[in-house]
Design a protein around this ligand. Structure first.
Ligand SMILES: Cc1ncc(COP(=O)(O)O)c(C=O)c1O
Length: 385
């Protein structure tokens, strides 16, 4: 799909396509149930947990955008990831990356472990060594690329090749880049998941999760999981995500432009020891990122130097808001150790490379001058007096 085609799909895609009144935006079909015609003849919709017209439009839209044939919408990213893990059962093993969203780790470690689904951390950025990590029980590799919060990049095509040689699926969490920059199914992944709460929604006003896939047999199994677990997205929230998607490209271009400028400004500053951003040529993930994605996204992290107080740095921010989440028009600053990754035990966090001095920035669409002035002020306020 060309950039031009994708941008057009974002605006038109599945929106309002089969709406009987010709409404340009997909109407909110706020109903639980649907009148059935002839008994025994399956109607297009019967009950909104199984299917709802507004949700269906969103599900078709994510399938189109990710280059899949099937889409599914859930009430949050975690509900989507939970449903994906329900594809596995006792004795199955999932390989997970060196660092990943804390909630996903908690879900596997605190809950799926009890159902006999095990997990193992592997270096997904090293596709060659990954080849030796598969066991006869490995059923899937979970990828976040770039990872949350250290922005490590994995080669989706190489990981998918290795996984398929060992009969395992590749599940790609595409939250950080969205289909605007990266389409994992085209690179060989089997399942794409999103916290749609982030770039897809884009305005910090709706929680949602999306899944897209191609394989018809997997699609049938997954539809049953969605129906049975029931964590589906409501019609109004589906409408909000459809609305958010229309400006995905505009937002992500601006946010990424801002993020690159912030990353360049941070590099070499005495207050920032290490800067993690795959859009920097010096970043170890730069080449793979460039090969498989058309943009580096708007997430970046850095280590705050020992001479600065982490608490004072966050307290001094005035434009960038200290808050969980990412991917919306407002810039947010996250302290992974106490926020997004607090559910990972400290010793495991240390092993993953997530220190107590790590700051993650999700850059928004504000003026770049205001963002840099804000960071400059926070470095001054938190540094040596
Ligand atoms: C990469 C990633 N995946 C999944 C999730 C979970 O999504 P949600 O908060 O919508 O449940 C998050 C949340 O921050 C995330 O960053």
């Amino acid at each position: 799909m060309t950039k031009d085609e994708f941008e057009t799909l974002l605006v038109h895609g599945a929106c309002g396509s089969d709406e009987p009144w010709g409404a340009l935006t997909t109407p909110i079909c706020q109903t639980v149930t649907f009148r059935q015609g002839e008994i025994g003849v399956e109607p297009p919709f019967d009950y909104s947990r199984s299917g709802n017209p507004t949700r269906k439009a969103l599900e078709r839209q994510i399938a189109l955008l990710e280059g899949g044939d099937h889409g599914y919408a859930f009430s949050s990213g975690m509900a989507a990831i939970t449903a994906v893990f329900f594809l596995f059962g006792p004795g199955d093993e999932i390989l997970i990356p060196l660092d990943l969203y804390g909630g996903t780790y908690r879900l596997l470690d605190a809950y799926f472990k009890n159902f006999g689904v095990s997990w193992r951390i592997v270096d997904t950025t090293d596709a060659a060594s990954l080849e030796n990590e598969f066991s006869p029980r490995t059923r899937a590799v979970l990828l976040e690329t770039p990872t949350n919060p250290l922005l490590r990049v994995s080669d989706i095509a190489a990981v998918s090749g290795a996984a398929h040689r060992h009969g395992a699926l590749v599940i790609a969490d595409n939250t950080f880049l969205s289909p605007y920059f990266q389409r994992p199914l085209a690179l060989g992944a089997d399942i794409v998941v999103h916290s749609a709460t982030k770039y897809i929604g884009g305005h910090n006003d709706v929680l949602g999760g999306l899944v897209a896939l191609k394989d018809p047999e997997l699609a049938e199994r997954f539809l049953q999981v969605q129906k049975s677990t029931g964590g589906v997205l409501g019609p109004f929230d589906s409408y909000l995500l459809l609305r958010g998607l229309k400006t995905l490209g505009l937002r992500m271009d601006r946010e990424t432009e801002n993020a690159l400028a912030v990353a360049r400004w941070l590099v070499g500053r005495s207050g920032a020891d290490k800067v993690y951003y795959p859009g920097l040529e010096s970043d170890p993930g730069y080449e793979i990122q460039k090969k498989q994605a058309s943009g580096a996204g708007a997430l970046l992290s850095f280590e705050l130097n020992e001479a600065h107080s982490v608490k004072e740095f966050f307290a001094a921010l005035k434009v960038i808001t200290p808050a969980e989440s990412l991917g919306a028009v407002e810039s947010l600053a996250c302290h992974p150790a106490t926020m997004s990754h607090a559910s990972i035990p400290p010793e495991m966090r240390a092993e993953m490379g997530i220190t107590d001095r790590l700051v993650r920035l999700a850059i928004g669409i504000e003026g770049i001058g205001a963002l840099i002035a804000d960071l400059d002020g926070a470095f001054s306020a938190s540094g040596p007096k």
